[in-house]
Design a protein around this ligand. Structure first.
Ligand code: ADP
Ligand code: MG
Length: 241
């Protein structure tokens, strides 16, 4: 039997905002385990705690209490500096608004995660080659020198996906990756995400669109800071109809 590696494990995870005045229990005791190679959607109404959970899983924020292990490493008690390093080296982010730097070309945007990494010994030439490789994997090698404003929304999101992949992260986190896109670009981006999944990547995606979530093999629904349901589903052939 294949025993797969656990990429995410949380135990009694809690996040309380505003400790000194009115406090909000945004994450209220979540136990979540995600294995390598899973493609998981996180759904839930506005205010249910999705962004708070993503921020913790993405090492952008720390829980108030409870435990979080990323690829077996306890990260809940790390310093902010350590978290920044883990984030840069181990997690690829995809955002609704792409978050590309407007004055940098597509390939330069993809090179950024390698630049931020002070301990990165990869030479500039190799960084460029690796960024081109990532751009090629999203089908944008012929747009490498274009600025973000010269690209469509779907193309910008593909650049962002290349950027998320370039450091070969253990985990890809996507927050409403198709939220700003038209139907056709949404299909393209979801096809790309499904390809990444087929290649064995571990992906956690926030979405409030049931049709998007239905393309993934597991849907975790949260409500009032708690896991309401966690279901595996049968996948239909093909992408969005
Ligand atoms: N920085 C913050 N300070 C105080 N309360 C917050 C903060 N961020 C989120 N909240 C509150 O925490 C709860 C969960 O918010 P959030 O995680 O953003 O939910 P979602 O992403 O599902 O809409 C909400 O009640 C929200 O108002
Ligand atoms: Mg949110």
């Amino acid at each position: 039997m294949k025993t797969s590696r656990t990429v995410i494990e949380t135990k009694a995870l809690r996040k309380i905002y505003g400790m000194n005045g009115i406090s909000v229990l945004a994450v209220d005791g979540m136990d979540i385990t995600i294995s390598e190679g899973e493609f998981v959607s996180i759904m839930g109404p506005s205010g249910s705690g999705k962004s708070t959970l993503m921020n913790i899983l993405g090492c952008l924020d720390r829980p108030t209490d409870g435990e979080y292990y990323l690829d077996g490493e306890a990260v809940s008690s790390k310093t902010r500096e350590d978290l920044a390093k883990i984030r840069n080296q181990r997690i690829g982010f995809i955002f609704q608004s792409y978050n590309l730097l407007p004055r940098f070309s597509a390939v330069e945007n993809v090179m950024l995660p390698m630049m931020y990494n002070r301990h990165n010994k990869i030479e500039i030439k190799n960084r460029h080659d690796l960024a081109m490789e990532a751009l090629t994997s999203v089908g944008l090698e012929d747009r490498a020198s274009h600025l973000p404003k010269e690209l469509s929304g779907g193309q910008q999101q593909r650049v962002a996906i290349a950027r998320a992949l370039v450091n070969k992260p253990i985990l890809i986190m996507a927050d409403e990756p198709t939220g700003n896109l038209d139907t056709k670009s949404t299909q393209e981006i979801m096809e790309l995400m499904l390809n990444l999944h087929q290649q064995g990547r571990t992906i956690v995606m926030i979405t409030h669109e049931p049709e998007i979530a239905s393309l993934t093999e597991r849907i975790i629904t949260i409500r009032d800071g708690k896991v309401e349901s966690d279901e595996l589903q049968m996948l239909q052939e093909g992408v969005l109809q």
